[in-house]
Design a protein around this ligand. Sequence first.
Ligand code: F58
Length: 808
Amino acid sequence: MIQDKESFKKAYLDTFSRVESNPLELSNNWEKYHALVSLVKEMMNSYWVNAVKTNIEKDQRRIYYLSMEFLIGKMLAYNLMNLGLENIVREGLADLNINYDELLLQEEEAPLGNGGLGRLAACYLDSMAQEKDAGYGFGFGIRYKYGLFTQKIVDGCQVEVPDPWLKDGYVWATPKPDRMITVKFKGNVRTAMDGNRIIFIHENYEPVLAVPHDILFLGYMDTSKINYLRLYSAEPVMQDFDLLSFNQGEFAKAAAYRAEVEAISNILYPEDQNQAGRELRLKQEYFLSAASVGDSIAYYKMIYGSLDKFAKRVAFHINDTHPAVSIPELMRILIDEEGMSWEEAWEITVNVFSYTNHTILPEALECWPVDLFRALLPRIYMIIEEIDRRYLQDIGSRYPGDEELLRKTAIIADGRINMAHLSVIGSRSVNGVSRIHSQILKENIFGAFYKITPEKFHNITNGVSHRRFLHYANQPLSDLISQAIGVEWINQATELDKLLAFSNDRGFMEQLAKAKYKNKERLAKYIFERQGVAIDPSSMFDIHVKRLHGYKRQLLNALKIMDLYNAIKEGKTIQPTTFIFGGKAASSYQRAKDVIKLINSVAQIVNNDKQVNDYIRVVFLENFNVSLGEIVYPAADVSEQISTASKEASGTGCMKFMFNGAITLGSRDGANLEIHEAVGDEHFALFGLTAAQVMELSVAGRYNSWDEYSSTPRLKRVIDQLVDGFLQTTYDFHSIRNGLLWENDCFFVLKDFMPYTVAWEGLNQKYADQDQWLQSSLYNIAKAGIFSSDRAIKEYHQLIWNRKGPVV
Ligand code: F58
């Protein structure tokens, strides 16, 4: 047990001599880091062992949160914070002449996700540990050898570079080879009789081993709050294939087999909001699903001896449709391996699965070609066909003659398997991730399902870990809050509401301003050191960080800055502002990459023009990721959340900014609407089309972007400036201009341009009155509590996982 500096030093030196092969004096920072992580892991492991016992004794439900992505961020300082040991460790190491901050730099961030969906899964792991009394939640995912690429900006353009995050091994993960699962691909299915029962025999398949690597996660200051993320890597089965070929001298064949297997966990698909539909992706999805479901069954039988009451004690949650094949996989195990009847197996399956939808963008909705699917997963395909057949039969008899309903909800149609339909039919609950998104699901893409099974549909608005994004990332503000209202807010975020009592306390408000300034200085220093651009921490920091995508409308922001530049050149004065962007574009998404180049070109013009420099500067941050987010969110004055209404299912960056006291400049979309509702008009800049208007205008013939262009001279000017030499580059921005005009501006950038610009100007003027600004900032922090992922996880437990229902 580590209680103080001395006991820490002793434990650290002990661990060091056990796990390192150099004496401390001769060791490098990596070895020192490695020893520290080993010590922390060992402690966490002992907490975990106790937690397992409690879990079994209390007969608590186990929730398997299946996700193709987990963006967990760095672990060392965060774990030490959760253990309450950070100061002890810092000081103890200093006594040993070791600089704690330098050790922190040794850690690689695991880049196992694209954006919002992956980070949400990590926030939920954090909150599932915290809320463990309602049930134990675990993450199941893939240990990609190459996660998301590192982004370099070269000559203003994005260049993707592989991120070898595993090069030194990833110390937080512990391999658990004893818990590996064999996953079977391809081959054929033969039927046979077993007594009077037909059985299905999958033969000539290609086996792949799913080897788990576990990472423990902690809740706050309570060692019983602990769970894990299990990440699988794909490995070949030596005996079955490799060795045989090897013995026969077929080295090339053996090597090819190995490469094909390892490819499964080699790369994370970097396509944000786009399903490429490639075989490898489906392989990854089944690999994760089969490993997770297989593991849950093996564990359950080990603890309880049989599958009795499985649905009472187990829940599977699928994070979007990517792990949806786990539904037929559970059916397969229950029927083919456990000998259950179809009916028994189905009763269990629809009671344990729940599904969250994260998007209504058509290109992100998964549909697999039947041929590809059947060849890769022959038995799973048969089961899906049978689920579909029985479903259509049931609905056909309940709604006779309603062909439309069958057509709208079938799983297999036009030679493709609709994974969202499989997910809805195979789950007991379907939820959207903000109020408006859940409404759209019911009215729109799942309207037909809502008609048949309204009780399945829920909303659970997303949440973020306020412990990571406020308490850990923003120490100046966290300290100030705790001095004012005590520390309970760290466990219970709605306590932040108590801050409102300090709105007239001058001393407190001054400290609030100072905390923000400190965070802005930290970001300014980072930008200067990395990118050589000097920015002024007393200017208004207006920040737009997220994946680059048409619907997220970074282009709208860039056009606004060009417009502002024009106005300042003509004599307009404003509150000095620094515009900060960050985010990655999918490597194949050329339009999004054009926008990165545009932002950097605008930055060049603006930052090198002395006439406007007193007023505006523009920075594009290279390689935005979780760790950089932790520096960026605390430094923001304005949070840019300007997606086209109806397109951003929820958004979670908006919540991270809010916890840190930024004021949102937001469109009428996703969680923006709920933030606006929480803080009111005075403390939020809302603008633009509603979701209903966007849907209405999307009907062919109802919107003509040329009208906006010709009727708004300011707008016409910036659009022409894209291609008239103003940007002083040979890069061709015609494609962006064509998108806005000839392709009729499908994200309504032109339509929302003026309302957006006006809303921005309002905020900028408000910034001149710092007292008023700070009031809004405080109000946002105080009202942010409901956007904690603790709240979201409580709702998942209450509404979905802890449901009462038939016990099977
Ligand atoms: C995001 N989806 C939503 N998908 O866009 C965002 O509004 C929401 O807040 C967030 O989920 C959490 O609910 C998202 O990030 C992906 O990145 C997928 C990756 C795999 C391919 C399909 C998109």
